[in-house]
Design a protein around this ligand. Structure first.
Ligand SMILES: Cc1cc2nc3c(=O)[nH]c(=O)nc-3n(C[C@H](O)[C@H](O)[C@H](O)COP(=O)(O)OP(=O)(O)OC[C@H]3O[C@@H](n4cnc5c(N)ncnc54)[C@H](O)[C@@H]3O)c2cc1C
Length: 450
């Protein structure tokens, strides 16, 4: 079924600064930090002589870079508002995962090159040198335990292992990284030739303390303050479709949250089983000063429990997070593409994005379409175009191809596109949009998988 109404021009959208400014600045800052670390090594190293010297140099550089990267890894996940809003949680999670892989590589290289270099200098075997370093150098037992923990979290984070673990199991095992970093810290200060001098030692310690304070502030203190301030509770749970429920939360002073359509919160329902689990859910309607609405599809323990929530249940909400907002749009013509439960942030954007809107909503069957009435009312009120793409993948095989999209949306190239749906569908549509000539900077997508 397709509902099409005349489009209406409203104020052109367009962010004041490029949406890529903050991500580029963040990357530049991270690179500058790494360069400063290398400069410190260069400054402290008058010359490198012989194989042992080269190995020792490689060990010091990789150790310094790994030590520098540890707080970066944590800061990427510290929920710093400017990063969450302007870089986006999914991109931050990708950077964090990539930095985690670099970290495992750097620590491995550090262990190998340092032990090997010291073995050459002392004229000993690598194994006996390794044993000697671990058990006889100060702070090395803690450093080695930290390294083992880091490798352990690296293993459980590998894609194969992650697929086999429940998200919560993986998440709690992964938290061991904090302990690993804390354990390895004193080893860096005591054993690191470049860090046992001043002012390097003070600066390095200040960097770690600052990272710990930032984490504590944004991940513990701010959620606690917000919790007390907004006093969120389940107001009602409304069935929307097969296995899909809207959870309406009531609270105080919700305007102060500055939540925007397209953003998400990490919700902790305060029931016995769900208290410690914070899962991300997008706003499925524009935020109201007294209510927030989330719409949740039952997939596993957390999402299925949403259907059974009782009115009055307390909820802790961390957020708002996410960069899938109006700020991204550059053009007054916007195409929204949603599939399955990916309609949730798209529904909120459909209600509020300025510009001439077209919404393509892909669902397996009519029964799976949620918010039908609301979407049609919005389309009618805003003069927006709403197209349902209902049926099997085979039937719609050609719809989401470059040609199919260009047929559906004339002047596709001039549109901003907001996209949310299952990962493989997103990848296919992004490729189709690019092939159809839509600039990458005009394609904005929200991933439901971190
Ligand atoms: C930014 C964002 C916004 C989201 N918005 C919505 C929404 O509006 N409505 C909705 O129904 N779903 C949404 N999701 C997906 C939702 O968070 C997961 O489906 C839900 O957490 C599943 O948890 P579970 O314990 O029920 O299932 P599990 O059995 O733990 O997992 C089911 C699947 O969900 C994945 N998953 C579980 N927890 C998380 C998590 N915290 N982060 C990332 N992936 C996870 C697992 O890898 C697995 O593939 C969103 C996800 C993200 C990242």
């Amino acid at each position: 079924m397709s509902t099409t109404a005349l489009s209406r021009d409203t104020a052109p959208t367009g962010a004041r600064t490029s949406p890529e400014t903050v991500p580029r600045l963040a990357l530049a800052l991270m690179a500058a930090g790494a360069a400063a670390v290398l400069a410190a090594w260069w400054h402290a190293t008058p010359s490198v002589v012989g194989a042992a010297g080269w190995l020792d140099g490689a060990g010091r550089i990789t150790g310094l870079l790994a030590g520098y990267l540890a707080p970066v890894l944590l800061l990427l996940m510290a929920r710093i508002p400017i990063l969450e809003h302007r870089v986006g949680s999914d991109r931050l999670a990708r950077w964090h995962a990539l930095a985690g892989r670099y970290m495992v590589f750097l620590v491995s290289a550090h262990v190998v090159t340092i032990i090997w270099g010291y073995a050459l200098t002392d004229g000993k075997g690598v194994v006996s040198e390794g044993v000697d370093i671990i058990f006889h150098y100060p702070e090395m037992i803690k450093g080695s335990l930290g390294t083992l923990l880091l490798f352990g979290t690296g293993i459980v984070s590998a894609r194969v292992a992650r697929r086999k673990l429940r998200y919560e199991t993986w998440y709690y095992l992964h938290l061991a990284t904090y302990l690993a970093i804390a354990l390895a810290f004193s080893h860096q200060i005591v054993n690191g030739a470049d860090l046992s001098v001043q002012p390097e030692q003070t600066l390095w310690s200040a960097y770690y303390v600052l990272a710990a304070l930032t984490l504590g502030w944004f991940r513990l203190w701010m959620p606690y303050v917000r919790d007390r301030r907004h006093k969120l509770r389940v107001h009602s749970v409304v069935p929307e479709g097969p296995g899909v429920y809207s959870v309406i939360l009531k609270g105080e002073r919700l305007d102060d949250l500055n939540a925007r359509p397209g953003q998400f919160f990490r919700l902790q329902f305060q029931t016995r089983n769900l208290r410690w689990v914070a899962n991300p859910y997008s706003l499925s309607a524009a935020p109201h000063p007294n209510y927030l609405r989330f719409t949740i599809k039952s997939l596993g323990d957390h999402s299925s429990a949403a259907a059974r929530l009782r009115p009055g249940t307390k909820v802790r909400a961390e957020g708002p997070y996410g960069a899938f907002t109006e700020d991204k749009a550059r053009s007054p013509q916007v195409l929204l593409i949603a599939a399955g439960v990916g309609i949730t942030p798209i529904r909120a954007l459909f209600e509020t994005l300025p510009g001439r809107l077209t919404l393509l909503y892909r669902a397996g069957s009519d029964r799976e379409i949620i918010f039908r009435r609301e979407l049609e009312d919005i389309a009618h009120d805003r003069g927006a175009r709403l197209v349902y793409l209902v049926g099997s993948r085979r039937r719609h095989g050609k719809t989401l191809t470059p040609r199919g999209l260009m047929n559906l949306v004339p002047d596709l190239k001039a549109h901003d596109v907001y996209l949310c749906g299952p990962e493989p569908m997103q990848q296919a549509v992004i490729a189709a949009l690019r092939e159809a000539g839509v600039p990458t900077s005009h394609i904005h997508h929200e991933s439901f998988e971190f």
